[in-house]
Design a protein around this ligand. Sequence first.
Ligand code: FES
Length: 298
Amino acid sequence: MTAEPASARSATRYDAEVLASLEADAAQIRSRYPDPRSGLLPMLHLVQSVDGYVSRDGILFCAEQLELTPAEVSAVATFYTQYKRHPNGTYTVGVCTNTLCAVMGGDAIFDELSDHLGVGHDETTEDGAITLERVECNAACDFAPVVMVNWEFFDNQTPETATDLTDRLRAGEDVAPTRGAAKVCSFKHVSRVLAGFDDGRAGEGVGAGEPSLAGLRLARAAEAVDSGPEGAGDSGPRQDDGPTTSAGQDGAAEVAPETGGEQSSAEREPVAPEDDEPGRSPSSGAVNPEPEKEGQDD
Ligand code: FES
């Protein structure tokens, strides 16, 4: 008796070879979670790594693999902007137009790129190379204005550097981000990494740039002043200034922060009258009167 082909069990239109490969990867994703449906987010990245977006077949495949309905899968795929519902370019060029980047030139960069590429937000150039997007804050405000290419950082951009960047991408050149990996990879490649399949490049490059480290030094200097002459220079193991390591500057292992310390309002001991009397106003110290009920007699 011959085994039933994988394609016979699936409502998708993937050919047998692609489906068999997807099923093997999906089995790995499912095995990472006690409840298989928890694997939906990486599995959506997986189908993007094959189709270049979350296709109809990708939706059906995820639903079949995780015993969900196509509607449930679609609800998740349409919620997150990293999942694309139409074919994406080889490179997603995301211009941060959130507040800080916008005032530092992000809006001008987006407008220039839009003119240069002839596309608007969430549109792809005719050659299929670039999908242009406005993106929200990338937590890289100290490098504003920031452009992301397939979620790699390009810091301190200008309209000129950004157009040069897209020209080089369209010409097929290897392009290195400011921080992180040694070069930008394709959308499909990155999608597979986001699905949890390591490409061995996570440790490439530096993570923290000079503006972030300057902030760290200022914070340490302020801490030294606050703690006075006795505390200055004696605040225990610290994270190194360089790329993140598991050891501090002096080689000592980092100490995990304790939870439930004095910063935690949920954990702290009552110290003020209002802590024990919920009706007491913190500002006046007076106990707030019960609100009068409408129509209540004096
Ligand atoms: S506002 Fe652009 S990275 Fe934060």
